[in-house]
Design a protein. Structure first.
Length: 421
């Protein structure tokens, strides 16, 4: 009998514990909802978020609605080659330029001018063979002037791990070099992920490598030409020239040496260059930006995060973060070191913790709230009461601004106008 009474008391106690937990959970959930009231990423019309020059042109049109993913706007860009999804306004600025370049280069291809030029000089290898008999001295001198550079590229290519490095055949025929020079003249990225432009560059480069004249034909129509930067923020002329003159394998060799000089571990460097979502240009820009920071501690933290980029939009966003950090360092305040808080690479300055993000619109989502709490928790461990500034290139919702203020954070909106891009 006593045993039955004890068991009854225990059952009652368990029920009370369960009920208490349920009630507590209900009130906790309600309080969380009242405090946060998470927002759903909105949609916009193109006129709400874009200047006229990006809304449409003879070569592209943005299709409504424009959806936001919680950070970046996702655009549908209709071109002469089809419709493409573009994530983020920064990348859209580049794609609009590339759509124009692709359309104009397609016109050059359609005219047949390149193929005619290639055909006239397709027998050059045969003539070179004849010259070996009639003028051996001159021919050998001409041939071996480029041998050292060729074998240097072959050696770099053997050691390179970048998935997007040029193939040996393209290097031997000169097509890869011609493509880079075409891209330089047009002010576009030789390793672009925009398929229509990549196709036209490769086609004209092949004709140019065969005929030797592609880089001089049809350039009059390219408005702006070399003055158009491959990056939103304005890539330096030195870097543009490097992308023109060096193969992807050579860029990797240079970048590996630079990163090693920043005390980035070899394993991190290997992972960085093996990443399939970052283009050789993305990697070169990131290395250049980090180098521009000078003697900054823990740059390996940023490189490690970049190596983990699991999509093209994330890879490009990390490239933009590197560019924006370099611009902040040069124009606003010196960066002393990188620090990872809540899994997010941030920066320490004399003012405190600074984080810069390429963001179009920032609603207060559950993901953002959880990340913010993680950042604040980690900051307390490594930076104490240091103030936090969040710089975004776009704007935030009123709720996001209010919640950042509750966390004790300062928010700087439209930072792109100040930092470039």
């Amino acid at each position: 009998m006593k045993v039955m009474k004890v068991m009854k008391v225990m059952r009652t106690a368990r029920q009370w514990v369960v009920m208490t937990g349920v009630v507590t959970g209900i009130f906790s959930t309600t309080a969380l909802g009242q405090t946060n009231r998470f927002e759903t990423p909105p949609s916009f019309t193109m006129r709400q978020v874009l200047p006229p020059v990006l809304q449409q042109s003879p070569y592209h049109t943005i299709v409504d609605p424009v959806r936001n993913d919680g950070f970046l706007n996702i655009y549908r860009m209709r071109t002469q080659s089809g419709e493409y999804s573009v994530v983020g306004t920064d990348l859209l600025k580049i794609r609009v330029r590339e759509a124009e370049a692709a359309a104009k280069l397609a016109d050059v291809s359609a005219s047949g001018q390149m193929l005619k030029s290639a055909g006239r000089t397709a027998t050059k290898p045969l003539k070179t063979g004849k010259d070996l008999v009639t003028r051996p001295g001159d021919t050998v001198k001409r041939t071996f002037r480029g041998v050292g550079r060729f074998f240097g590229r072959v050696g770099a290519g053997i050691d390179a791990t970048d998935p997007q490095r040029e193939g040996v055949i393209a290097s031997i025929t000169g097509a890869s070099e011609t493509k880079r020079r075409l891209a330089y003249k047009f002010g576009v990225d030789p390793y672009t992920q925009f398929a229509p432009l990549s196709k036209q560059l490769s086609r004209l480069a092949s004709a140019g490598a065969l005929g030797g004249t592609a880089t001089g034909v049809g350039l009059a129509f390219v408005s702006g030409g070399a003055g158009v930067a491959i990056s939103v923020g304005g890539t330096s002329e030195n870097l543009r020239a490097l992308l023109r003159d060096k193969s992807a394998a050579e860029l990797e060799k240079i970048g590996r040496n630079e990163l090693a000089g920043m005390a980035v571990p070899a394993t991190t460097i290997n992972a960085f260059y093996r990443n399939q979502f970052m283009t050789p240009t993305d990697k070169a820009v990131i290395v250049s930006a980090l180098k521009g920071l000078g003697a900054v501690e823990k740059q390996a933290a940023f490189v490690a995060r970049a190596a983990q980029a699991a999509s093209l939009p994330r890879a490009f966003a990390l490239r933009r973060r590197a560019e924006l950090a370099a611009s902040y360092h040069a124009k606003v305040s010196r960066i002393n070191s990188f620090v990872t808080l809540g899994g997010v690479p941030m920066m320490r300055t004399a003012k405190g913790i600074i984080a810069i993000f390429p963001v179009d619109y920032l609603p207060w989502t559950q993901h953002l709230a959880e990340t913010a709490r993680s950042v604040n928790r980690d900051k307390g461990k490594v930076a104490g009461a240091a103030p936090v500034e969040i710089w975004i290139t776009g704007r935030a919702s009123k709720r996001t601004s209010a919640n950042f203020k509750k966390l004790g954070w300062s928010l700087v909106e439209n930072a792109g106008a100040r930092l470039g891009g």
